[in-house]
Design a protein around this ligand. Structure first.
Ligand code: URA
Length: 275
């Protein structure tokens, strides 16, 4: 069944209360930046309203032959992660034994999506279903993520790549520990270097910890424009949290619209670069 955009927004719990802000309307308190936070650039979340755009390219999802590569191409172990191309990176992650999470995984879950994305969404780590299928966000939280993407006129695999802070399932779906995230970080960094996304959306505390080294409450980090390697980074709630805290879906929607404004700025800035 295909949902209308209204139905998708309703599914996210953001109708009828959500509407796009007028250009000079004040910023909602929930999205207002707080002074004194560690942020490189802070943008007002309430800028000119923007219309949804369709950003579609060739899909690269898991059932497509163009999926994040899974060939068995093994680079010698003395080749640094930051020098690996996709096939070697996928093989290195699949064989990784850098932390104890490898002991109980069925398989490592590298990520899925368009290898030339505008958007990179980063979650926490695979759950049971992701561990079984080898693809991130395929359970209930993934369904919500797909609906959030659809509300933006996006879809996984179409200018969107989805990854996690850790590639192996933490037992019992516990939060990954700091050393586990640190062990996995080079893989995520390499993915970002290869993907070159135009905007990164951190979903939940683990993604924030791994990318921003910040353990503050998420609410204090939302509505701000961070940067990683010159790429705008936006913080929002994890979809699994949103499933348990339905009223916060509206805030997550604000975050996504903010991320889209950051993306559009990045694209516009890229357009104006001299050739
Ligand atoms: N939660 C995550 O953070 N990642 C997944 O892939 C699935 C659920």
């Amino acid at each position: 069944m295909s949902l209308t955009r209204e139905q998708m927004l309703a599914e996210m719990g953001i109708t009828p209360i959500w509407r796009l802000r007028e250009p000079d309307e004040p910023l909602a308190a929930s999205a207002a930046p707080t002074a004194g936070e560690p942020v490189e650039t802070v943008r007002e979340a309430a800028e000119a309203p923007v219309e949804p755009v369709s950003m579609r390219t060739s899909p690269m999802v898991s059932d497509s032959p163009a999926v994040a590569p899974r060939q068995t191409v093994v680079a010698p172990s003395n080749v640094a992660v930051d020098a690996l191309e996709w096939p070697e990176l996928a093989a290195r992650v699949a064989d990784c034994r850098a932390c104890p999470l490898c002991e109980q995984r069925r398989q490592a879950v590298l990520g899925v999506g368009d290898l030339n994305p505008d958007w990179l969404f980063i979650g926490e780590g695979p759950g049971a279903e992701e561990d079984a299928k080898g693809e991130p966000f395929v359970g209930q939280a993934g369904k919500l993520l797909d609906n959030m993407l659809a509300a933006l006129d996006l879809a996984r695999g179409q200018k969107v790549y989805i990854a996690n802070a850790v590639k192996c399932r933490p037992p019992g779906n516990r939060t990954p520990e700091a050393p586990e995230m640190a062990a996995c970080r080079p893989y995520l960094e390499r993915q970002i270097a290869l993907l070159k996304p135009k905007v990164i959306v951190l979903m939940g505390k683990a993604a924030v910890h791994t990318m921003l080294h910040d353990d503050k409450a998420l609410g204090t980090l939302r509505g701000r424009r961070f940067e990683y390697a010159g790429i705008p980074v936006v913080v929002t709630y994890h979809p699994a949290y949103l499933l348990r805290n339905l009223p916060d879906k509206a805030k997550a929607w604000e975050d996504l619209l903010f991320a889209r404004r950051c993306l559009r700025e990045a694209l516009a800035a890229g357009d104006s670069l001299p050739l």
